[in-house]
Design a protein around this ligand. Structure first.
Ligand code: SF4
Ligand code: SF4
Length: 413
């Protein structure tokens, strides 16, 4: 008996790796918040096991506990037995979307998010309206609504600014060329954080990479993939694999996107996709791998580096962004407590599960503020919006930048 269909259910051998030791519990944000066994990695694995081997339907309770998971993968980092919770969740979520009837309200919320956030053409129209709404007090109004209100969450997160920089289709390498780097422009990233893309292209070119802007497809599918909307995500993945065929490396500067790109090989299960995934690097990882060519100018700044979960836990990239920032003379890196705990952003999580996301956002903001930093460096657009929201709520809206923006400023590119 099984409640999953035959299309890639979570693998029994992955489930069996969990020895229920509980080492992952203190790093799981939902367990930390609520202390509920079924809202821990171990509990969610037990539910997956029950769905695979004992149940004939996916119950509301199972889906509720899986939905409450942020997909932050802190449990993967913490687990001494090597449990691949990342694969388990990635296989469970599409099963839920196929085999569990969601309410009309839930379906609409997801559809509305995908129809806007993954569409740069629509975001470009909405961005100035969002900016105007923010200036008129949308974020303040959001803070006045309850933490559990999804409308309140959307209002609290309303971005005031959007980037205007454009990345040319080719930014030629300076000096001897190291290779051809395809830079993923993304969807939210290219609209609200276009300056981050421009800084990434400038720094890569200054360090010897020919930078090709991967402006198609419109989105890499990460947001959909992490929410279980697999068919839509994989259609975009196939397009991106084809678009980057002639690149030596594929560069992501948004943690959630990079993590999805590395999974294409397994999900599409073909050689081209596997070759693509093998070429994926986070921008900080690619740059930290080589001796820097451009001299870094002095920048006196106390910087708190915020680990985005999809970079630190899902891709294992922690040392590289720190190494890159440490190359800037005058930069003092400071470390917040509870680095491993998610800030609550997690793709659509801060809108779909606003109460837990708000609690985590406040906790993260307090830890970052306690460092006494002048600026926060974060390599994911979702984290940047979430941190901005809760730093502002705390009355201390520190600047939040991508590490590559600091590097660009230091080399004057
Ligand atoms: S996921 Fe890993 S750390 Fe957590 S209970 Fe299972 S074996 Fe232990
Ligand atoms: S992915 Fe994050 S929220 Fe989900 S079980 Fe693992 S640690 Fe907990």
């Amino acid at each position: 008996m099984t409640a999953f269909d035959a299309h890639r259910p979570p693998a029994a051998e992955d489930l069996d790796t969990c020895v229920h030791c509980g080492f992952c519990l203190p790093t799981c944000p939902t367990y930390v918040l609520w202390g509920e066994e079924m809202d821990s990695p171990r509990g969610r694995i037990v539910l997956m096991d029950a769905a695979l081997r004992e149940a004939d339907v996916l119950s509301d309770a199972m889906v509720t506990h899986w939905d409450r998971c942020l997909g932050c993968m802190a449990c993967v980092t913490a687990c001494p037995s090597g449990v691949r919770y990342d694969r388990l969740l990635e296989d469970t979520r599409p099963q839920v979307e196929r085999n569990h009837p969601r309410t009309r309200r839930e379906r609409l919320a997801r559809r509305a998010a995908f129809a806007t956030l993954t569409r740069p053409d629509r975001l470009r129209v909405l961005a100035p309206l969002a900016g105007a709404a923010a200036r008129l007090g949308a974020r303040r109004l959001g803070r006045a609504l309850s933490d559990s209100s999804r409308l309140g969450a959307v209002l609290r997160l309303t971005p005031e600014r959007h980037g205007r920089a454009r990345v040319p289709s080719l930014t030629p390498a300076r000096g001897e060329m190291r290779g051809r780097a395809g830079l993923l422009l993304g969807c939210v990233q290219r609209t609200f954080f276009a300056d981050v893309n421009a800084a990434t292209a400038d720094v890569l070119a200054a360090e010897g990479w020919d930078v090709v802007a991967l402006d198609r497809p419109r989105c890499c599918g990460a947001l959909m993939l992490h929410a279980g909307a697999e068919p839509e995500a994989l259609a975009l993945a196939r397009e991106l694999v084809a678009a980057a065929e002639d690149c030596d490396v594929v560069v992501a500067n948004a943690a959630g996107c990079g993590s999805a790109l590395r999974d294409y090989g397994r999900l599409l299960d073909d050689e081209r996709a596997a070759a693509f995934s093998a070429k994926v690097r986070d921008a900080t990882e690619l740059l930290a791998a080589d001796k820097p060519r451009s001299p870094r100018g002095r920048t006196e700044l106390r910087v708190a580096y915020h680990d985005a979960c999809h970079l630190a836990h899902a891709q294992g990239v922690r040392a590289e962004p720190r190494a890159l920032l440490a190359q800037i003379p005058g930069v003092e890196l400071v470390e917040p407590d509870e680095w491993e705990l998610c800030c609550g952003s997690a793709g659509l999580y801060n809108v779909l599960q606003p109460e837990a996301a708000a609690a985590l956002g406040r906790r993260k903001a307090a830890n970052l503020l306690a460092t006494g930093a002048d600026v926060i460096a974060a390599a994911n657009p979702g984290c940047a919006l979430q941190l901005q929201t809760y730093l502002e709520e705390a009355g201390r809206p520190l600047p939040i930048v991508h590490p590559l923006e600091l590097v660009r400023a230091s080399i004057g590119a």
